[in-house]
Design a protein around this ligand. Sequence first.
Ligand SMILES: [Zn+2]
Length: 262
Amino acid sequence: MDDRQRLRYSRHLLLDEFGEEAQERLLASRVLVVGAGGLGSSALMFLAASGAGHITVADGDKVELTNLQRQIAHRVASIGENKAESAARTLAALNPDIEVVALPARLAADAIAAQVARADIVLDCSDNFATRYAVNRACVEAGKPLVSGAGIRFDGQVTVFDLRRADAACYNCLFAEEAEAEDVRCAVMGVFAPVVGIVGTLQAMEAIKLLAGVGESLAGRLLLCDALAGRFHEVRFARDPDCKVCASRHTNLVEPEAAHAS
Ligand SMILES: [Zn+2]
């Protein structure tokens, strides 16, 4: 870090639990953010401002007037523009220190896998189950930590699947794909603007902690926000040994005792 960076990130450097080494790790990190809507906007703003060094953001949608109620990375002048490109421009103005790459497309499964393989951490800020399951599958295969968030109406939820760890649950352990998974769209159901802001900010918080190597993550805990009641609560969850996505990765991990038994 140069002197100007030390000044920019000084409020992080002042934290005993954070400090210069954690900031250096954050600056060197590669983050993939899938979706530049409500969740992605808030997550991206904090990731960029706080110095996540290399950010790739993917989104195939264009900015619409109805998005501006909550998708704070976009501006009136961005209406009609691709969301990833619009967000990248906002982030560049916020922090020219960092590298931001915009992928202006809804990524297919193989493209998601390629991007996940290059990232240190992945934030699922998408709004549809097809993308969520594809991102999860790629993170399981590559063993990358996944920070998952969702928000609709007055309800938000956020958790971490730290797939670097052998005992980690995946998104499919928690929300199995064969369960009835019908996309619930903001366009139909409505969404209270600060909910996606809170969830996206929590996703950035968890990502920054994991990248910087500080604190305890939300791994194994689903944090739920009820904005209407002004309440948060958490639900613990564990790996599903019969999960169709991640169970096979565990059978490949031959433990010494199992090896002896056979
Ligand atoms: Zn699983």
